[in-house]
Design a protein around this ligand. Structure first.
Ligand SMILES: Cc1ncc(COP(=O)(O)O)c(C=O)c1O
Length: 361
């Protein structure tokens, strides 16, 4: 009998945000609003859509396995040699690829509580130890994390900004962290929300790569570029590390449409700018309305807000679903809400007003 080993059977499958179609089917609703998966509410760049349609007739061909043109464009944009770049089926794939490539039995990985759930999952899939440091409030405690690093640490995962809290680690905190850990430890700077950050103390992971630090910077086309459905992200590290990852990577891990869409989206700087502006405006509006509703939130550097509902998150989530608004309940009392378009944000606030009244009665 084929049976998965114990560590695979203990894996809890990733639970994605509820799809709009599912909610509409279950509750017989139309016009629902999904603010649950940190997607770009403006949709993809029109240039990306146009490029996809132009590439449709060539999908009988295998994609360019090395993603030459996209890597060239990224290289040009970011000033990183193409040999230091790798593409992934979302940055998610790259997180798993890092673990599969560099993990040896008996090693561990270090991260924080209340961070991206894929980190522990990637380690559990190889039966590796995952060490999670407590947070300081809603922020990573890098000193506590450095205390968990030892000679057997394969990598440290730092989501910057962090999902789900939306907080960042600052340049000075990161510098102290690098001073405290051995050079042999790979620091994965997961910058999925890089483009949304306003805080001037935010460290650009690429500067550490430039200094020759042992880092891997991950970014994605799923968030501000609005291409979550295409599944394409990228990583940057020293060429030797990229070379090792390429040995483990599947030959055609990113599709031809994904590469073409990403290439066009990258060039559409006005779409990125508009997305950033809509996010900034939505953030200001939601801060004001959440406060008015008596809900507390953590100031965010990303496209989502971590809200303390001060009551059962599940009850609030279920009640909002019935109003046609999907958010993401997390833990006992929190929900993570993606910042939407103005119309979507207003639907959320309208829904919250109704639901809170009802729940508190
Ligand atoms: C912190 C973080 N890293 C990585 C990802 C993965 O993004 P993708 O695989 O779509 O590139 C996400 C997605 O939600 C995220 O929040």
């Amino acid at each position: 009998m084929t049976i998965a080993p114990e560590h695979i059977r203990r894996l809890t499958p990733y639970v994605p945000g509820k799809p709009v179609e599912e909610l509409e089917r279950e509750l017989g609703l139309g016009d629902t609003v999904k603010l649950a998966s940190n997607e770009n509410p403006l949709g993809p760049s029109p240039l990306a859509v146009k490029s996809l349609s132009e590439h449709l007739t060539a999908i009988h061909r295998y994609p360019d396995g090395s993603g030459f043109y996209l890597k060239e464009a990224l290289s040009e944009n970011l000033g990183v040699p193409a040999a230091q770049l790798i593409l992934g089926n979302g940055s998610n794939e790259l997180l798993n690829l890092i673990v599969r490539t560099f993990y040896h039995p008996g090693m561990n990985a270090v991260s924080s509580e209340r961070t991206f759930v894929v980190y522990p999952m990637a380690m559990q899939a190889v039966d590796g130890e995952y060490r999670s440091a407590p947070m300081k409030g809603e922020h990573y405690d890098l000193d506590a994390m450095a205390g968990l690093v030892d000679a057997r640490t394969v990598c440290v995962f730092i989501a910057n900004p962090n999902n789900p809290t939306g907080t960042i680690v600052r340049r000075d905190e990161l510098a102290r962290f690098f001073d405290r850990i051995p050079e042999s430890v790979l620091v994965v700077l997961d910058e999925a929300y890089f483009e949304y950050v306003d805080d001037p103390h935010y460290p650009d992971g690429l500067s550490y790569l430039g200094e020759g630090r042992n880092v891997m910077v991950l970014r994605t086309f799923s968030k501000i570029y609005g291409l979550a459905g295409l599944r394409i992200g990228y990583g940057m590290a020293r060429a030797e590390l990229i070379d090792s990852l390429n040995r483990v990577r599947e030959p055609f891990n990113t599709g031809s449409l994904s590469q073409a869409g990403a290439l066009a989206a990258l060039a559409d700087t006005s779409h990125v700018e508009r997305s950033r502006r809509v996010n900034r405006e939505g953030k200001a509006y939601l801060y004001e309305e959440l406060s008015r509703l008596g809900l507390s939130y953590t100031p965010t550097e990303a496209n989502f807000i971590w809200v303390d509902t001060k009551r059962s998150a599940r009850d609030l989530y279920d009640a909002l679903l019935r109003e046609g608004v999907i958010v993401r309940p997390m833990g006992e009392r929190h929900v993570r809400i993606t910042i939407g378009t103005d119309g979507e944000n207003r639907r959320l606030v309208g829904g919250l007003k109704k639901v809170l009244d009802r729940l508190d009665r």
